[in-house]
Design a protein around this ligand. Structure first.
Ligand code: SAH
Ligand code: MG
Length: 195
């Protein structure tokens, strides 16, 4: 796939949960504003957000555990001639720290399993540079995070929503970061490391 539109169409047809337009705009605006040199992305899927970030000028290291997604991302990144700008790490992000621990990141973009955001945050924020920041996607989770009554949903979905809400609460109260929540797209946050 050689155009952004093709990537988007593929994602739609194959139910790949790529970032929404408004969320992507927020992410790219942040990149244009703060000029992170190196970004860590947790959750590659087909490479859509990684390709967009690289086209905005950053270097990206992105982690994906699904072999099909990983292969597809590699192919798409090659089609865009971005293999120098994007490194895809094939691993569960819960286990990828040893593979990237010597790198420093100016931005961490968390967009993988929603129930594990706290784990990803705790694992990878030690790799943030001094002026580093963290952006998270899907914090509204299709509006479900604001619902009081979740009894019609499955136990695993309810557990995921609970974890996501707890993550947001802890993020807001984290003394090491100043966090802004933005209800664009599927709900985004940006957290600036305090100095
Ligand atoms: N950032 C992408 C979308 C990612 S969708 C974009 O906006 O274009 C979430 C992806 O995270 C899926 O491909 C899923 O396989 C992957 N994922 C979920 N949990 C993961 C984990 N623990 N480690 C690595 N990848 C994970
Ligand atoms: Mg997302």
């Amino acid at each position: 796939m050689e155009s952004i539109k093709e990537l988007k169409d593929y994602a739609k047809e194959n139910h790949v949960p790529i970032i929404q337009d408004a969320g992507l705009e927020f992410l790219l605006d942040s990149i244009k504003k703060y000029h992170p040199n190196r970004v860590l992305e947790v959750g590659t899927a087909i490479g859509y957000s990684a390709i967009n970030m690289a086209l905005a000028g950053t270097n990206v290291v992105t982690i994906e555990r699904d072999p099909k997604m990983y292969e597809l991302a590699l192919k798409n990144i090659a089609d865009f001639n971005l293999t120098d700008k994007i490194k895809v790490v094939f691993s569960d992000a819960k286990e990828a720290l040893p593979l990237i621990k010597d790198l420093r990141f100016d931005l961490i973009f968390i967009d993988a399993a929603k129930g594990s955001y706290q784990t990803f945050f705790d694992l990878y924020t030690p790799l943030l540079s001094e002026n580093g920041m963290v952006i998270c996607d899907n914090l509204d989770f299709h509006g479900l995070c604001d619902k009081d009554d979740l009894h019609e949903y499955s136990r695993s979905l309810r557990s995921m929503i609970r974890k996501l809400n707890k993550f947001k609460e802890d993020l807001e109260n984290n003394d090491g970061y100043v966090t802004e929540f933005n209800h664009c797209g599927d709900g985004m946050s940006i957290s600036f490391k305090k100095r």
